[in-house]
Design a protein around this ligand. Structure first.
Ligand code: FES
Length: 321
């Protein structure tokens, strides 16, 4: 981002017009007295819409209104590129030069601006004071590329699907003080397909509902006369019950774990009784003990003793040595 400074030439003073004052009051009413600073951007915007740019006296006036240090308002005004810090043309043309617009002909639009208005830059106002232009990054209308935003006292408007000729005409109309329709110049609505009445899905039954089959929701409560009420689904509480309900074996006994257990007679005296409270308590105690994490050792780790280097093996002596 380039350095943004206030214009060298500044007016003596600034005052909000009567119409602007009403809007200022609206914004000030939105915030409690000790949070007035929240209205700094709306007030700067109002000053810009009134005069076309934000001058230094306007920044001081806003700082006074909001009980803010001047430097704080100055910081906001110089940070956001939407604030013009120098006088601009009555209509500021912002040409999007980012890739989708560039691929679709943004260079042609820039050429028109250069020929009609002059050098790029907000402060380079055309001789009649009507226009200035600049290149900006993506304005979020890429599907309607190439496009420009035109900012003036009325607002900020998009003009899309442009060609060099279409932009020329828009500039002509604005210079003549005519109303120019905003949006795509091709006549399409928003970013709908360009061919008139084209539908992505062409089969009628997809739109008129005739294709949809009637379905019955499993838990639907019957209300119509003569209809057979749907059986209420049994409430399933646990995972095990869910599985049983799905497999239809809700009453089946659980299978024995292994063959030995399966071979045991049902009334075997050695089989532990499930209702045995002593055994149950014992099991609980074992569970608790096993689930406890081992307490971390407070002893400092002892460095292992350094390993002794292995003795070198000498080569076996030959017999004749
Ligand atoms: S690239 Fe131009 S609007 Fe997104």
């Amino acid at each position: 981002m380039s350095v943004r400074r206030l214009a060298e030439v500044q007016p003596e003073s600034f005052a909000f017009s009567k119409a602007s004052e009403e809007k200022v009051a609206f914004w000030l009413n939105k915030y409690p007295d000790d949070r007035k600073a929240s209205a700094v951007i709306p007030l700067l915007w109002l000053a810009q819409k009134q005069d076309g740019w934000v001058c230094e006296p306007a920044i001081r006036e806003i700082a006074t209104r909001l009980d803010m240090p001047f430097i704080r308002v100055y910081e906001v005004a110089t940070f956001y590129t939407m604030f013009n810090l120098e006088p601009v043309g009555e209509h500021l043309i912002q040409v999007c030069g980012t890739t989708p617009c560039w691929l679709r002909g943004a260079d042609d639009l820039k050429a028109v601006c250069e020929t009609r208005i002059g050098k790029k830059g907000r402060g380079n106002v055309s001789a009649d004071g009507k226009f200035s232009w600049e290149e900006v990054e993506c304005l979020g209308a890429c599907s309607n590329a190439p496009m420009v935003q035109i900012a003036n006292a009325d607002g900020d408007y998009y003009y899309e699907d442009l060609t060099a000729e279409a932009l020329e005409k828009i500039l002509d109309d604005l210079a003549a003080g005519k109303q120019v329709e905003t949006g795509p110049v091709t006549g399409r609505k928003a970013s709908e397909p360009t061919k008139a009445k084209q539908k992505v899905l062409v089969e009628e039954s997809l739109f008129d509902g005739s294709r949809a089959e009637k379905i019955t929701l499993p838990n639907a409560v019957s209300s119509g006369e003569g209809e057979t009420p749907e059986p209420k689904a049994k409430r399933v509480t646990s995972e095990r019950e869910k599985t049983q309900a799905q497999s239809g074996k809700a009453t089946a006994k659980p299978a024995p774990r292994d063959k030995k257990e399966a071979d045991k007679p049902a009334g075997s005296p050695k089989a532990p009784k499930k209702s045995d409270p002593a055994g149950k308590e014992k099991d609980e105690a074992v569970k608790k003990t096993s689930s406890k994490k081992p307490a971390p050792s407070r002893q400092r780790p002892v460095n292992p003793a350094p390993k002794k280097p292995a003795p070198k093996r000498s080569a076996p002596k030959k017999k004749d040595e």
